[in-house]
Design a protein around this ligand. Structure first.
Ligand code: ATR
Length: 286
């Protein structure tokens, strides 16, 4: 007999953060688990910063399948892990932990490629081979820049209000991908001719969350025809920037696709099978 679908054989997964009460991951992963018929419960794991290492080791002790990691623990968890996936090591942040059969704790970063797979739902493959434009070089933009290069972009152009942060990211991208081009653009001075070769555009700043007062992160008129745009902000679902890109005839994808994208890749790491992305999106939309 089970209560709420939980029985004696149910295994555990979850999302570790602080705070974690606003997270959409339990609803989203719960929908994917139900669609796959897996006997796994995915729960919120609020962990205070001083307890992070203890909590990560506890995953092994408690027989967890693994967990997601969110703000502010994506860097702090790394030292408690046994091994890092090469992409997580390059990015310098972990959002997914897998507990292997023998108890080995392995860290992955699915934020990096979640954005690419989210955009790939609506954009042709040719877009990803061209130069990628990363708008915003905070934590999210950093992961996405690595993801775009992993996906085969010939280079990236970085656009950020604070130039020093874009430069810092450019340095780590050049060290990790010495054969690709990395350009830092100056937001007030950027022209259409600077963006002529852009394929995928990833908007990763927080601009758009307050649609009445936020300025646009970039003038959509500067983007070339054929570019495909992923917006990371998911509330509102259609930001003014996304609306402007669509009005200009560009392919646009919303922030839920990025959230679902990283979650579906985590699911694949834990269970070795594809997650039902439609079920995940339905669980968190609206
Ligand atoms: P996240 O982890 O979500 O990326 P973050 O690391 O705080 O959060 O980064 C927020 C991003 O939004 C940064 O690129 C930030 O630009 P700065 O590096 O110049 O701070 C960008 N951002 C936030 N508010 C902005 C604003 N009013 N104008 C332009 N960029 C803004």
């Amino acid at each position: 007999m089970t209560v709420n679908g939980i029985g004696g054989k149910t295994r555990l997964a979850g999302v570790m953060g602080w705070p974690v009460s606003h997270t959409k991951s339990p609803a989203m992963q719960g929908a994917a688990l139900a669609a796959a018929g897996l006997d796994v419960a995915y729960v919120p794991l609020p962990v205070a910063p001083e307890r992070v290492a203890e909590a990560v080791r506890g995953l092994r002790a408690l027989g967890f399948v693994g967990c997601n990691v969110t703000v502010p623990h994506k860097i702090a968890v790394m030292e408690a892990l046994d091994r890092l996936d090469p992409l997580a090591e390059k990015v310098g942040a972990v959002n997914t932990i897998k507990v292997e059969e023998d108890g080995t704790l392995v860290g992955y970063n699915t934020d990096a490629q979640g954005a690419v797979t989210g955009l790939a739902e609506v954009a042709p493959a040719s877009v990803f081979a061209r130069e990628a434009l990363i708008v915003g070089t905070g934590g999210a933009g950093r992961g996405v820049a690595f993801g775009a290069l992993e996906a085969g972009a010939r280079g990236v152009a970085l656009l950020n209000r604070t130039a020093a942060k874009a430069q810092e990211l450019a340095d780590s991208l050049r060290a990790a991908y010495p054969d690709r081009s990395v350009r830092v653009l100056d937001p007030p001075a950027v022209k259409a001719s600077d963006l002529a070769e852009i394929g995928a555009v990833y908007q990763t700043t927080s601009l758009g969350m307050k649609p009445e007062s936020d300025p646009l992160p970039l003038d959509a008129a500067l983007l070339p025809e054929g570019a495909a745009v992923l917006e990371a902000v998911y509330a509102p679902l259609e930001t003014p920037f996304l609306a402007a890109c669509r009005a200009r005839g560009l392919i646009g994808q919303d922030g839920l696709a990025m959230l679902v994208g990283q979650g579906a890749l985590s699911f694949h790491i834990w269970f070795g099978r594809e997650a039902d992305r439609d079920a995940m999106r339905r669980a968190i939309a609206g």
